[in-house]
Design a protein around this ligand. Sequence first.
Ligand code: HEM
Length: 187
Amino acid sequence: MPAPMLVTFAAGSTGAWKIDQIASVVGAGLPAADRLAMIEGAIPSSAPAILSAKWALRGVTSNLRYTHHTERAGMEAIQEGLARPTATRAALIPIRKNEAWWNLAQDQRRAIFEETSRHIAIGKAYLPAIARRLHHCRDLGGEPFDFLTWFEYAPQDAEAFERLVRELRVTQEWRYVEREVDVRLSR
Ligand code: HEM
């Protein structure tokens, strides 16, 4: 596992990604903006890119919580990384889960996540077309979401990505999602 990295998603008038759509899936949405910058590494909250942003969300890459060794090996054998030149579409999906989820024990959460909801089994079928990175925000304190999920794919895989999010959103895991916003981007 690489060392944890702080990542800031700042929406405003600059950034490599054009914001095509911001849709609320459940709970409050996010304000409209033209462009999104993904800033990797520490950046002070007084930085111009943050101060001028309509909104800025921060998360940290981290170690795996629920993935078993064989599951990780199965994904690592086929997945691809971010920043592929062909991956000109992206999705930023910030998610917050409810208190009931966080009150569960680790083994109960794992059982819902995979044995019941098949999150990894569903997701793995979309590798390597969809590249992804998960950022955790809950432990930063004061952040409006628990996770910032980031996905990159080629235009010809856009329909597959829609199927993927539809499949996940009807699982038992998603009954614990109390806020979800779907931000779609292109470059
Ligand atoms: C490309 C297909 C996908 C794969 C292979 C995949 C795989 C995974 C894996 C392995 C984890 C667990 C990480 C850990 O062990 O801590 C995870 C967590 C997560 N994924 Fe996915 N995922 C995919 C798509 C998605 C999509 C489309 C969304 C959102 C709509 C999503 C949202 C999340 C969230 C919120 C978590 C954190 C869950 C928690 O810790 O409670 N994933 N994903």
